[in-house]
Design a protein around this ligand. Structure first.
Ligand code: ZN
Length: 312
């Protein structure tokens, strides 16, 4: 099989290069009373960062991209609306399936990242006929955490750097896989949600499958509840599902602190605008778009991929 290797050099740096670029001059003024060492370090980090991005870009020119319309019968702007009754029916079935297949097993993050990356690479290769190898490095911290307090993880689309901001419980395989789809070069959110879901579902690993199903349930509940936090929690409580799973679903909508909630309101609006400016539907692609995608794909008469990939 055809294969390419994207170097992702920036992801192997001991610290996030964007953090060094942004903070080294200030840190050096505070620590040494002089900005010059910091500026030198900042410039050096910028050089490595840019060099890594250019290298990745050169290799990516040989990538075979997934044509979503052809493979799944729909794409970001051609989704059918899933009816509310079908959503509620799916929620019941997802809860039952999650409860049946429940596993408390947790895989350490570094090991999990390698496994998820392998399954994602194989899944995508099954569609394109090309294996795209990428880094499996994941950071625990970047300054982006302060800017996107509502996010569970981020991927710097220029360098491919991925950071997870907290322990995301049973959702961790999905969060990592979603960011790894970006790292492979697909920066649209609907594509990351969809490819992550299907790669994990096709893995055969109960921990990964549980994560994909939990994310699908979480997104359905978010669509049904809208912005109403209490409605979300009430829906979770009404499910026929063991308490371990309910606790995981509840933990995704914690009561935000003052900093998180005020920053989130502003940043979410900006982020939503940015998504719309780049040919996406907005933040709704994470939940409404994602669930509509699986719905449309499952009913498409012209998708090249088998509709059973959207079933569970
Ligand atoms: Zn994303």
């Amino acid at each position: 099989m055809d294969e390419i290797r994207i170097p992702n050099d920036a992801t192997y740096a001991p610290f996030s290069l964007t953090d060094i670029i942004a903070t080294a001059p200030l840190a050096s003024r505070l620590l040494l009373g002089a900005t010059l060492p910091g500026r030198v370090l900042s410039a050096a980090a910028l050089g490595v960062y840019a060099g890594s991005a250019v290298q990745d870009w050169i290799v990516r020119r040989d990538m075979r991209w997934i044509d979503f319309s052809k493979e799944f019968g729909c794409d970001i702007k051609t989704l059918d609306e899933m009816p509310e009754s079908a959503r509620r029916d799916e929620v019941e079935r997802l809860a039952a399936r999650l409860d049946d297949g429940f596993t408390a097993e947790r895989i350490p993050r570094a090991e999990l990242a390698v496994s998820v990356n392998e399954h994602l690479t194989e899944y995508m290769a099954g569609i394109t006929g090309q294996r795209v190898y990428t880094s499996s490095e994941v950071r625990d911290f970047t300054l982006a955490k302060l800017i996107f307090p509502f996010a569970m993880g981020v991927c710097d689309v220029v360098s491919g750097d991925v950071a997870l901001f907290r322990d995301t419980g049973i959702f961790e395989p999905h969060v990592i896989c979603h960011e790894f789809v970006h790292r492979k070069g697909y920066w649209k959110e609907l594509h990351a949600q969809a490819l992550s879901y299907m790669a994990l579902m096709s893995s055969g690993d109960p921990v990964l499958i549980q994560s994909a199903l939990a994310e699908r349930l979480h997104r359905q509940l978010k669509v049904i509840a809208g912005e109403d936090h209490q409605a979300y929690h009430d829906l979770v409580d009404s499910l026929s599902m063991r308490s371990e799973l309910k606790d995981e679903m509840h933990s995704l909508r914690p009561d935000a602190g003052v900093y998180e909630s005020s920053v989130s309101v502003v940043m979410k609006r900006l982020y939503d605008e940015r998504l719309k400016l780049t040919g996406q539907n907005g933040l709704s692609d994470y939940d409404l778009g994602f669930t509509n995608f699986l719905w449309t794909f499952s009913k498409s008469p012209r998708a090249r991929q088998e509709a059973r990939h959207a079933a569970f």
